[in-house]
Write a protein that binds this ligand. Sequence first.
Ligand code: ADP
Length: 613
Amino acid sequence: MYIVVINCGSSSIKADVLDHYSGKYAGRMSIERIGESNPVMYVDGNQEPLKNAATHEEALEVALPRLLDCLPEDVQVAGVGHRVVHGGSQFQRPVRIDDEVEQAIADLSDLAPLHNPINLAGIRAARRIIPDVCHVAVFDTAFHATLPTRARSYALPQDLSDKLDLRRYGFHGISHAFVAQRAADYLGADLRDLRLITCHLGNGASVCAVEYGRSIETSMGLTPLEGLVMGTRSGDVDPGILIHLLRDGEFDVDSLDDLLNQQSGLAGLSGVTNDMRDIIERAGEGDDRCRLAIQVFSHRLRKYVGAYAAVMGGVDAIVFTAGIGENSALIRHRVAQRLEFLGAHLNEEANRAAELDDESPVARISTATSRTHLLAVETDESYAIAEDVSQLVLEKDRLAGHRPIPVAVSARHVHLRQETVEVLFGEGYQLTPRNDLSQPGQYAAEETVRVIGPNDEFSSVRILGPTRNIDQVEISRTDEFALGIDAPVRGSGDIANTPGIILEGPQGRVELQQGVICAWRHIHMTPDDAKHFGVSDRDVVEVAVSGGDRDLVFGDVLIRVSPDFQLEMHIDTDEGNAANLGADAKGTLISTPGQARLQRRKTTFDPVEAAAE
Ligand code: ADP
């Protein structure tokens, strides 16, 4: 399926036509210096004249038909993807564009005044020029929608933050998500089993903690100015400096904006250029300012890597990508040189030799015995966008048949091992079934336990039987605050790196070392249901629920498939209350992931081969 991907920057446009499955390009066009007196256009690498390019819309009116004309005859465009920088809190996944979505993107321009209006201009022009196919907006912020509240909140007065939407949104999400998946494919692992730190180091730069497939921390914030040292952007500075400069009277808001966005970063530190290649060259010739630029750049990134490893309680792979990350052995070396404490050992030879291209987009630059993998990974945002677009195009057909999904609200409960039951209730004790649950073989027991957290405790928490091979306590977000612990959102059984808690029964106490989770909302289904909905085990989907007086769409719903299951969606009490659900609530699956991401061409890391090195 061929997709046109359009990426409008401040003075440039890139448009690619590529196959969503293989990532192979059928045509590429770019325009530079829009709005200047001498704009230039390249079609498939050849420069062509372009007269009318005062605005992005004007430029696209000429260039897009030209690109379509150059495509081979058998290439039919099935959809158009638009990279949109800011999706605010509203857009947490790609969305089909209609007039309402256009308006919403326009409304978000306050948060991204330099980007969203230009993205919108591209959308409007392309919808006019290619009217008969699905247009999809893919947001740079969307991947970071899963940031937990503690990571996305600034320590400002909450009322102010709420009023002005002041929070960490994060950017480069399309690239972070893409290289995380590519790294997992290369390692032959499921992304949902990995803790990754992805470092996108281009002119803009950001780092992201990808824990089991979700972004849980990232260095860019409300705007793309926070975090790492970038080409011309400062990244983190003491906000007191800004107050100081404004008070001093030398800077007003606009000149401060220009200082931080255009004159700082590598350009500001080096005093000569924002281009890392030139900086490295000059540093080699003895330029002290360029040396400092490299040091500050690498130090800041290493600091973030250490912090994100701490946030995730460990890291399985560190990924370097974009212009600097893919190409600079020197920067990778500097960042990785003191990460041995994380079990990350750089293979100097492999680092120097790493060369990425479409045939080998991943290079492993850690030693064979390195517990944490170090990888250089080629990013391809157009390919990522094309995949997202193809999913929405395919989805329309797949969702044709409707099968309602019963929704059940789970109150807080515990699952126990037989050994734990015996400590709490006495030797040889067996749970007594009280009533059957909907999933075959499962029951609520007569027995309850007291759950004791550092802040508060709950008496009479129901035990669900039969006993299992791990102890697991499932609570809601509200319970979490009451108990005083941080329980991550996890699928059942996935309790590595979760907090523990104290359980008390009539005969004894157990101090669990781990096992407290906030259950990831999920749907149990049979293989037949999965076939009907076009989904697979561990897919993540969106479900609209009704049956209360507050209809709600739940994103991020995990699919669990087994012949032993019965079709039912499980949510916790907070989620049930949010929708005010009654007993006969039903859900409708309204979006499913396409198969493209799961079927991505693999370049798998072979551990046997690695061990032989
Ligand atoms: P953008 O964010 O504009 O897409 P890129 O991902 O193309 O940026 O990255 C641009 C940066 O990558 C520049 O600083 C450039 O100097 C740097 N870069 C590209 N190749 C190399 C290299 N071989 N060594 C060091 N830096 C490089």
